[in-house]
Design a protein around this ligand. Structure first.
Ligand SMILES: [Zn+2]
Length: 275
């Protein structure tokens, strides 16, 4: 009998993808990153390159101090750095050339710091419209996060209008309560939380880092990923070509993709694999 070949949603048979997104690049991100690294969580940090310090001087944590550009590469290593525009304007108040500048220049500045193509984005103030989304698409932005929340947030109908699962300080059901509910369901899901480092500071509630995120951590069947890793994996699995005779599979992407062959997991490296 011919095998049944399925392409699971996430790598290595993981059932749920957990990804986080934090905006603005204040010095508070140091505490956020330290907690995430301790818990084994991954996040995307959306930065305004025009607001970063340029003195090489490391400022102490304080109310809305911005990080120095010289800290960015080391601090966010293992996470994703993404566009949040150069100066954090209301994008719907800009003409098209200013809008393009805010996005592309932020991208170039951040790429100069981190050394890889920066492709993701979050909208300043959550503001966007169809015209803005279409321009970003034309500029090659892979996704842009909104501040909307939806129970099923991935894959989005339009990656340039990407909703999240919840804000970090969502009222009941809280982030841990929402995760517990989702985790109890058997289907593939993405759990996507967004917020800001300064909100922990403003509420004087740094304990929230552990209270909110420890319940999400350490699960063997959860894939902890950045925002762009989620999109890249989805693109890779959707490009997989399985021969009609089920004897070979072509993976044209640069990422290994996991197959389930009669329920048994098998990793398909880039290129051609015989089954
Ligand atoms: Zn912002």
């Amino acid at each position: 009998m011919e095998p049944r070949i399925e392409i699971p949603a996430f790598p290595q048979g993981k059932r749920i993808a957990v990804t986080l997104s934090f905006d603005d690049g204040h010095t508070f991100d140091r505490k956020v990153v330290a907690a995430l690294n301790r818990l084994g969580l991954k996040a995307t940090f959306n930065l305004n390159s025009g607001k970063l310090g340029r003195t090489g001087e490391i400022l102490p944590d304080g109310y809305r101090n911005y990080l120095d550009a010289s800290e960015v590469a080391d601090l966010y290593r293992g996470h994703e750095v993404a566009i949040h525009t150069v100066t954090h304007p209301f994008l719907d108040r800009l003409d098209v050339s200013q809008l393009a500048y805010e996005v592309l220049d932020d991208r170039r500045n951040l790429e100069g710091l981190v050394g890889y193509p920066v492709r993701g984005m979050a909208y300043p103030f959550g503001v966007y419209d169809q015209k803005i989304a279409d321009l970003l698409r034309g500029l090659g932005v892979a996704y842009s996060r909104t501040t909307r929340t939806e129970e099923k947030c991935f894959p989005p109908e339009d990656p340039l209008k990407w909703a999240t699962t919840a804000h970090q300080f969502a009222s009941e059901p809280t982030v841990p309560q929402r995760f517990e509910k989702l985790y109890a369901q058997p289907r593939y899901s993405v759990f996507f939380v967004w917020g800001h480092g300064f909100e922990f500071h403003d509420r004087n509630d740094w304990d929230a880092l552990d209270r909110l995120f420890a319940p999400l951590s350490g699960k063997p069947d959860v894939w902890y990923c950045t925002n762009i890793e989620l999109f890249d994996y989805e693109a890779a699995r959707s490009r997989l070509v399985i021969a009609a005779n089920l004897r070979s599979v072509l993976n044209p992407s640069a990422l290994p993709v996991t197959l389930a062959v009669d329920g048994k997991l098998r990793e398909v490296p880039p290129g051609l694999t015989l089954l």
